[in-house]
Design a binder for this molecule. Structure first.
Ligand code: NAP
Length: 310
């Protein structure tokens, strides 16, 4: 088996940008797609803040364009997920689809996945009325009453998007102020189809027996008062968990699993670099992930040059 110069794990904004740079540097990168090819941007609608698109661009289209750009310079893609890896030696070993791949350098751009509340019903009713992706599932809920949980930009975006289909969207937030950006808050609060329930938690969901969502059980965090609401769909939009599980024990992470980097994008294992939402819990934007992807490719290129691999 030949040893690749570089393997890039993940095909979101970070992974694909690093692929464009690595491919243009003649490093013949192999990108391992991961469970969501194109990453989180494929589950969003309008992206209005990616420079170069004054009219905005749809998330999936932006990712398709990045992929084509990486392909244009010779990037190869492999559909699959990393099962395990061994970064201890000079040659990095990565197991994908039951097969071992080897590379001189690795860039990790595996992103982050949506967080859940931890309710038993949430998992059991996932795809049966419970969702973490309005763009993916919103159209199934025409004229329905829906509930969204969260107070960040994701919750604002999901609620606003869902009003395209829903009769009414109730947005439930555990505090009395949103964390979201001002512009997204304003859009949400002035939408006549959205009602906000402040200081409220979702504590249970009916109906497990029927295998669908019929009712949301809520509790006021200040008074403890309980109430229920008839809804057909529940969208959880409460943040994300970094996808770093496959690398545990191989590279250092913080307590929340975010990969720790130093001097740009170097992880604790020489020759392994990381970029994007699996590292960054502060900025978490497509453009910052893309920027870090670029940095990782440049760092990897310098590492390989110093090793005499060109
Ligand atoms: P976030 O900013 O971390 O917000 C998560 C929200 O969920 C917070 O309001 C939090 O409440 C709430 N929450 C967390 N755990 C909870 C729990 N167990 N029970 C109830 N509520 C819970 O996450 P995000 O909204 O996904 O945004 C992440 C990043 O992506 C941000 O930087 C955001 O700006 C960006 N983003 C941008 C866009 C856009 O520009 N189009 C769209 C989406 C996301 P507290 O406020 O009480 O902590």
């Amino acid at each position: 088996m030949s040893v690749k110069k570089i393997i890039i794990i993940g095909s979101g904004a970070a992974g694909l940008t690093s692929a464009v740079y690595a491919a243009r540097a003649n490093l013949n990168p192999l990108v391992i797609d991961g469970s969501l090819p194109g990453g989180q941007l494929t589950t969003t609608t309008d992206v209005e803040n990616f420079p170069g698109f004054p009219e905005g661009v749809m998330g999936p289209e932006l990712m398709e364009r990045m992929r084509k750009q990486a392909e244009r310079f010779g990037t190869e893609f492999l559909f699959g997920q990393v099962e395990s890896c061994d970064f201890s030696g000079e040659i990095k070993k990565i197991k994908v689809n039951g097969k071992e791949l080897q590379a001189h350098a690795v860039i990790i751009g595996t992103g982050a996945s949506p967080k859940l509340l931890g309710l038993e019903e949430e998992k059991k009713l996932m795809g049966r009325g419970v969702s973490t992706c309005a763009t993916c599932d919103g159209a199934f809920f025409r004229d329905a009453n829906l509930l969204v949980v969260g107070g960040g930009d994701s919750a604002m975006e999901e609620s606003t998007f869902l009003t395209k289909f829903a009769k009414k969207v109730t947005l439930v937030h555990r505090r009395d102020e949103f964390r979201a950006s001002k512009i997204m808050q304003e859009r949400t609060l002035k939408n006549p189809k959205i009602e906000v329930l402040w200081n409220t938690n979702l504590i249970a969901i009916d109906d497990l027996q029927a295998g669908k969502v019929t009712q949301a059980h809520l509790q006021n965090t200040q008074t403890g008062e309980k109430s229920s609401l008839e809804v057909e769909g529940i969208f959880i939009a409460i943040g994300h968990i970094p996808n770093s599980q496959a690398f545990q024990g191989q590279i250092d992470t913080d307590d929340n699993g975010y990969i720790l980097v130093k001097q740009g994008t170097h992880t604790s294992s020489p020759g392994v670099f990381a970029a994007g939402d699996c590292v960054d819990h502060v900025y978490r934007q497509a453009i910052t992930a893309a920027g870090m992807g670029c940095m990782a490719a440049l760092d990897a290129e310098r590492y390989l040059t110093a090793k005499g691999i060109e």
